[in-house]
Design a protein around this ligand. Structure first.
Ligand code: PRP
Length: 213
């Protein structure tokens, strides 16, 4: 029976998260990775991994189904889950930005229509500036919204900037920077202190080694 269950965000962070874990001595067998299985054990049998959508990582960890998780700060800012965040990981570096079509000035618009996958981050950002906004929540391909006239601007992630560029959008403002985080369930942190402590230590060491190289 594995000691710890770790939820890993699928998608942009997954490869880097698994590489970091491997550096920390927690290796997932390659046949398990190339399969479509969503729950696998590491080679030692100490850890079980579940691969879930990024927004679901805080849900599994808060409910204690997973003891820990690896997920981007962007997701944690959007989530209201009550989690411990003992470690910042230098993976999945990106920014959360406001972007609009090149040449468009947002100060011209009265009520701004903002398309986003991050409704809370967007509402908090414009709310703090006293700017009235209509938040249009989308699940992906958010860059299309200003192009097709659905929104005046977007709040979205930028990693390389390629998606914005290729769709004629420019960054207007950076709201936040994001990297990966290790998150831990509050009860697990107490009840499985030794196993979680050793995972945090190994990840911290692996991250430092990666930073040096
Ligand atoms: C993210 C984000 C941007 C893109 C940015 O989308 O929402 O669309 O990546 O990356 P870039 O700056 O390197 O071009 P994701 O790939 O998660 O897919 P989605 O649009 O379906 O959410």
């Amino acid at each position: 029976m594995p000691e710890l269950t770790i939820a890993v965000a699928k998608g942009r962070l997954q490869a880097e998260a698994l590489a970091l874990l491997a550096g920390a001595g927690v290796a997932v067998p390659s046949d398990a990775l190339s399969s479509r299985r969503l729950a696998v054990e590491d080679e030692s049998g100490r850890y079980r991994f579940i691969f879930v959508k990024p927004a679901d990582v805080p849900v599994y960890v808060e409910h204690g189904i997973a003891d820990c998780g690896i997920v981007g700060r962007d997701i944690l800012l959007e989530s209201e889950a009550d989690l411990l965040q003992p470690l910042t990981l230098a993976i999945g570096r990106c920014s959360i930005v406001v972007a609009a079509l090149t040449g468009v000035s947002l100060s011209d618009a009265g009520m701004l229509r903002v398309a986003t996958k991050y409704p809370r981050i967007a509402a908090a950002h414009f709310g703090a500036r006293g700017r009235p906004v209509e938040i249009i929540e989308l699940s992906g391909s958010v860059e299309l919204a200003p192009l097709l006239g659905l929104a005046d601007c977007i709040v979205d992630l930028v990693e390389t900037g390629r998606t914005l560029r290729e769709n004629g959008l420019n960054v207007i403002e950076v709201i936040n920077e994001s990297t990966g985080r290790l998150v831990v369930n509050r009860a697990s942190y107490q009840l499985k202190a030794e196993a979680i402590g050793s995972l945090i230590g190994a990840l911290d060491l692996a991250a430092a080694k990666e930073f040096e190289s």
